[in-house]
Design a protein around this ligand. Structure first.
Ligand code: PLP
Length: 389
């Protein structure tokens, strides 16, 4: 039988980040000394309070279905965290817990975007947004930021608007650029959303990983009056180093949350009961772990930027947040980022992710979620590579 695949499934492209990781794994398996900088996850163990809370939950037999949109204890922990950290108040009906921020984003786009709607997205940007907008049969309109310090500016945002624009996806601190949007940028985006009647999906999953003088703000701290059009997305994956537990959450108007709840009820039902309890432990008791992770990432960022600064052919922008360095190779002898990544992997066994997978050809993403030894060795191989081409 010849299987016929849906048009929808044929449009989905596999994740390029995972493709690089797979090639790197193959080379490693054949004995090559591969260093991989493609990871999108922290390399620390999950915090002890999370592990303890998970064990205790298992011992109490908290191993059955929970409320579809999450246990009240975790919603309370999330609400308490948002009140304390951002001064924002949300009731349990305005919060949903899912199997990772990715699932939250999927449900949000299925709720908010109609076929043919357009969604604004700053580029460079995380590739799953585009695929997920496509799964909702909408289209993406990119806002170019490569030459504006990786932050959107008003005239670019306005020229990306059309009469089909329904909303925007904002991600700060940003994957892949590490940009942290300042208050002026957030105010401008809020103004555009208000003036053009747009919703905002505000993905702040890297909000705790901010360095130096940079400060992260939730857009509602700057523009509280647009509360009814903002869905904030966050989770435990990045700040607490809990990627494998798969817990993400959203806070927003109860009408949006309730629709997402309906979708989730037919998709996965509740996320893992044990992971939800682990997340209560993390959010309520692992503040000190976050600060340890943050300071260690800041140290690694400084080591990496120091080692690569001044290397010919590479133009660095020091990232203020997340754990990625996003550098420009358009001025090098290999301006094509796909070719650059292929050659450096084959010749120096260094795995990097091409900017094309973030809508930014000519750029390279290097994760610094790895040891200092690996960073120094990686930087030295990159230098050798740049001299050899
Ligand atoms: C910008 C951004 N949002 C959301 C996610 C999804 O996080 P998770 O599904 O692990 O909660 C990621 C993960 O790479 C990300 O980079």
């Amino acid at each position: 039988m010849e299987l016929k695949f849906s048009k929808r499934s044929q449009k989905i492209k596999p994740s390029a980040t995972l493709a690089v990781a797979a090639l790197a794994r193959d080379l490693k398996a054949s004995g090559r000394p591969v260093l991989s900088f493609s990871a999108g996850e922290p390399d620390f163990p999950s915090p002890k309070p999370a592990l303890d809370a998970a064990r205790e939950a298992m011992d109490r037999s908290e191993t059955h279905y929970t409320a579809n949109s999450g246990i009240p204890e975790l919603k309370r922990a999330v609400a308490g965290y948002y009140k304390k950290r951002f001064g924002l108040e949300y009731s349990p009906r305005e919060i949903i817990i899912s199997g990772g921020a990715k699932q939250i984003l999927y449900e949000a786009l299925q709720t908010l975007a109609d076929p043919a709607d357009e969604v604004l997205l700053p580029a460079p940007g995380w590739v799953s947004y585009i695929e997920q907008v496509q799964m909702a049969e909408g289209g993406v309109s990119l806002i170019e930021t490569s030459d504006t310090g990786f932050a959107p500016v008003r005239d670019r945002v306005e020229s990306a608007l059309s009469d089909k624009t329904a909303g925007m996806i904002i991600n700060t601190p940003n994957n892949p650029t590490g940009a942290v949007y300042g208050e002026d940028t957030l105010k401008m985006l809020a103004d555009v959303a208000r003036e053009h009647d747009l919703w905002i999906i505000f993905d702040e999953i890297y909000e705790r990983l901010v360095y130096g003088n940079a400060a992260h703000k939730n857009i509602l701290q700057i523009a509280p009056d647009i509360r009814d059009r903002v869905l904030t997305v966050n989770g435990v994956s990045k700040a607490y180093s809990m990627t494998g537990w798969r817990i993400g959450y959203a806070l927003g108007p109860k009408e949006i949350i309730s629709k997402m709840d309906d979708i989730q009820s037919h998709l996965t039902s509740n996320p893992s009961s044990i992971s939800q309890w682990a997340s209560v432990g993390a959010i309520e008791q692992a503040e000190s772990d976050i600060e340890l992770h943050r300071t260690e990432f800041e140290r690694r960022r400084d080591i990496l930027c120091g080692s690569l600064s001044g290397v010919g052919g590479i133009r660095l922008t020091r990232p203020d947040g997340a754990f990625y360095l996003f550098f420009d190779v358009r001025g090098s002898k290999i301006p094509d980022d796909m070719e650059f990544c292929r050659r450096i992997l084959e010749e120096k066994y260094v795995a990097l992710v091409p900017g094309t997978s973030f809508m930014a050809p000519g750029f390279i993403r290097m994760s610094y979620a790895c040891s200092e030894r690996e960073l120094l060795e990686g930087a030295s191989r990159i230098k050798e590579f740049m001299q050899s081409i």
